[in-house]
Write a protein that binds this ligand. Structure first.
Ligand SMILES: [Zn+2]
Length: 340
């Protein structure tokens, strides 16, 4: 596969690691799960103004969200050889019982595999797991690896519980054992009472969720205990990579922050992978400085909402990055991570 793509792109595949699909058969199953309620993360976090706009964008992107062929012309226009696809579904399905959660995850995995099979040289599929049930999660990880999916997409919390807590250790252990990269992409923010206006639940809340997911994984010792684990954080890692000085300062002055970890929080930044969906070229060299140029991969958030329309140009025009760093970000890192 590499050789075939390399001929088309001359050198290496240009890979967009952050794209979404919304597959009708999975949505139909998930719609049976009721998520309304007062608990953090359960209430309907999207205000009505955002919901209306979201609905409008979803219906205008319905073909590209649900079918493999209509996306290809956009990919060609953007210069993208391959997209990593995932479904931003799991959060609501986590409120279901384990058996229902697994049924939804299984449908998602089968549907993603079918989507990829239509153009295997253009798509890389990430699956889903019912994280509310650890034994079913372990079985589903084995299944999705067996059908050729290359990783798993999860949100930034499970029923408002942080990802690093002991309850989820079996998941991290199995993902490491199967060498499956885990892609963390939030949906809204759990405690969003002050983020309803101005789309802040998304523009501010999602980077906060990414920051909380990373800090939970770091402080609970997940990266110490599972050294081969590969975790990708959406949207350039939220706020943490750009403001880790304060967590480091606390690490030095507060013993309770050090109980599970062997190094300063910022030392773990190079253990995560990141995408380039940050819309600010000045920040990309800083992310490279903090995490390393082998940890960052091109992304767009295609096909709906806040999309980077020129993902290659975004990287190529970035100042203070070497040509090799740019090539790594545009495709070499993702090709290695997903074994393309
Ligand atoms: Zn996204």
């Amino acid at each position: 596969m590499v050789r075939k793509i390399a001929r088309r792109s001359r050198s290496y595949p240009k890979i967009d690691v952050h794209t979404h699909v919304a597959l009708p058969e999975v949505l139909a199953l998930a719609s049976k799960v009721k998520i309304r309620g007062k608990e953090p993360g359960k209430q309907h976090w999207v205000p009505s103004a955002s919901r209306q706009e979201h609905g409008r964008q979803s219906s205008s992107a319905s073909a590209t969200l649900s079918k493999p062929k209509p996306r290809l012309k956009d990919m060609d226009r953007m210069g993208v050889d391959m997209q990593v696809i995932s479904m931003n579904l799991p959060t609501p399905s986590y409120w279901a019982d384990g058996a229902t959660g697994q049924q939804i995850a299984r449908q998602c995995n089968d549907s993603i595999a079918e989507f990829v099979a239509a153009y295997p040289e253009r798509y890389i599929g990430l699956g889903a797991v019912p994280l509310q049930d650890q034994s079913r999660t372990v079985k589903e990880l084995e299944y999705l690896a067996k059908i050729g999916l290359k990783g798993v997409a999860i949100p930034s919390h499970v029923r408002a519980k942080d990802l690093g807590i002991p309850k989820f250790r079996n998941f991290w252990a199995k993902a490491e054992e199967l060498n499956l990269p885990i892609y963390i992409h939030p949906r809204g923010f759990t405690h969003d009472q002050r983020l309803h206006e101005f789309f802040l639940w998304n523009s501010v809340g999602q980077p906060l969720e990414e920051t909380l997911a990373m800090t939970s994984i770091i402080y609970e010792g997940i990266l110490d205990d599972f050294p081969k684990l590969k975790i990708i954080i959406a949207h350039g890692g939220g706020y943490l990579p750009y403001y880790a000085g304060r967590t480091d300062k606390a690490y030095e002055s507060r013993p309770e922050t050090r109980k599970n970890i062997a190094s300063r929080p910022s030392d773990y930044l190079s253990r995560f992978f990141y995408d380039t969906v940050i819309f600010d070229r000045d920040m990309l060299p800083l992310l490279v400085k903090k995490a390393g140029d082998r940890q960052i991969m091109m992304g767009t958030d295609y096909p709906r909402g806040e999309i980077e329309e020129d993902p290659i140009g975004f990287v190529r025009r970035s100042k203070d990055l070497s040509p090799l760093s740019k090539d790594r970000i545009i495709g070499l890192n993702a090709a290695k991570l997903f074994n393309i």
